[in-house]
Design a protein around this ligand. Structure first.
Ligand code: AMP
Ligand code: MG
Length: 348
């Protein structure tokens, strides 16, 4: 299959992106899958009401069919159409955080969204993305778009159109290239069907920010205890991983360097994932800095690109520094731990 590429600039006005977006929307309407930028990562979209179209997403990504997709909408009317109830707490969150990187899990209305989207669950996960190209595409297609991240399953999520191209060229109908995404980690998934809303996946909207608006929020216990089964089916899979094995190091840069030295005496090529502050400290085969510790948002936005950059090197093993689990750091550490298959080395 030939993959069309439409280059749109996300800072130009809606009118000037319309012709390209319209072409992409046409393909979506005819049941094809198209990748598009959002403020978190690139999504791989298909008509959420068309089971055959949605199945193409699973096929292109190699995604397990028991991992449900997030439905992306541009209007609240679309939400009302697909859920059977919107609790007060969801209304409050929508007012404050939509459009934005917050996905709400709500009870689904039967017969609207196609079955493979929700993987047999009685709920549906919905969000309104805060990206002009994503919104324009949803509007032009007139459809709710089921869209997971536009990567091959298990690989780091794409934050540029080039990442999408590297994974999915020839496997999908098109890519709308709107430049680099901003936030860099996926949306927060919040279950609003429990008495106290529960975070199923940490992401772009922090727990602290949610609690400021709605008070107490729970975190799915499986996020801190690997032995439990997560309520968000996708969280049980290994994810976001570079090709070489990786371990997260909790300790000083000096301690991390001793681990590097040990591997190198065994003849291994070693990579280090660090930040601007510590870049020059390390002596390793490849040292990549991912943003600055002074602003963890810069780490989030460069995380997946940095993990992918290691794949262009010949390192046998990667050691990554760790980050404080506050604010966006919670999502960063969640993705890093998954990328490392939960291998954590503690100095103490
Ligand atoms: P991705 O599309 O790659 O960003 O992944 C979407 C995430 O949302 C996965 O972790 C899914 O398991 C989760 N998800 C989607 N729908 C639901 C749902 N109805 N209930 C719980 N989790 C969901
Ligand atoms: Mg994904």
């Amino acid at each position: 299959m030939e993959t069309n590429i439409w280059i749109v600039d996300n800072i130009v006005d809606k009118q000037s992106i319309y012709p390209q977006v319209k072409e992409a929307a046409q393909l979506l309407k005819s049941g094809e899958v198209v990748a598009f930028p959002t403020e978190t990562v690139y999504g791989l979209g298909a008509n959420a009401k068309d089971a055959k179209a949605v199945e193409k997403i699973f096929a292109a990504k190699g995604r397990p069919s028991d991992n449900p997709l997030i439905v992306h909408i541009a209007h609240l009317k679309q939400l009302e159409e697909m859920v059977s109830a919107i609790p007060d707490v969801a209304h409050t969150l929508i007012k404050r955080f939509w459009p934005g990187p917050l996905t709400l899990v709500l009870p689904k209305k039967e017969g609207v969204i196609s079955d493979p989207v929700t993987a047999g669950l009685p709920t549906v996960a919905v969000r309104m993305p805060a990206h002009p190209v994503a919104l324009a595409l949803i509007e032009a297609s007139g459809l709710p778009l089921a869209a997971p991240s536009a990567n091959i399953s298990g690989r780091p999520s794409p934050t540029t159109a080039a990442h999408v191209f590297a994974d999915l060229n020839g496997r999908i109908a098109g890519i709308v290239d709107g430049g680099e995404t901003g936030i860099g980690v996926e949306s927060t998934v919040l279950d609003c069907t429990t008495k106290v809303p529960t975070i199923l996946r940490p992401g772009g909207v922090t727990k602290e920010a949610l609690e400021k608006v709605i008070g107490n929020v729970f975190v799915d216990s499986a996020l801190t205890d690997e032995r439990q089964t997560p309520k968000s089916p996708g969280m049980k899979y290994t994810h976001y991983a570079p090709k070489s094995p990786m371990a997260i190091v909790q300790g000083s840069p000096a301690f991390l360097q001793t681990l590097v030295n040990k591997q190198r005496t065994l003849g291994k090529k070693v990579g280090v994932l660090t930040t601007e502050e510590n870049r020059s400290f390390y002596d390793a085969d490849v040292v990549l800095a991912c943003g600055s510790r002074h602003d963890l948002h810069t780490v989030a936005s460069h995380l997946y690109d940095t993990l992918r950059k290691f794949d262009e090197t010949d390192v046998d093993f990667i050691y990554s520094e760790s980050f404080p689990t506050e604010g966006i750091g919670e999502a960063i550490m969640n993705r890093l731990k998954k990328a490392a298959g939960h291998q954590v080395i503690d100095e103490k």
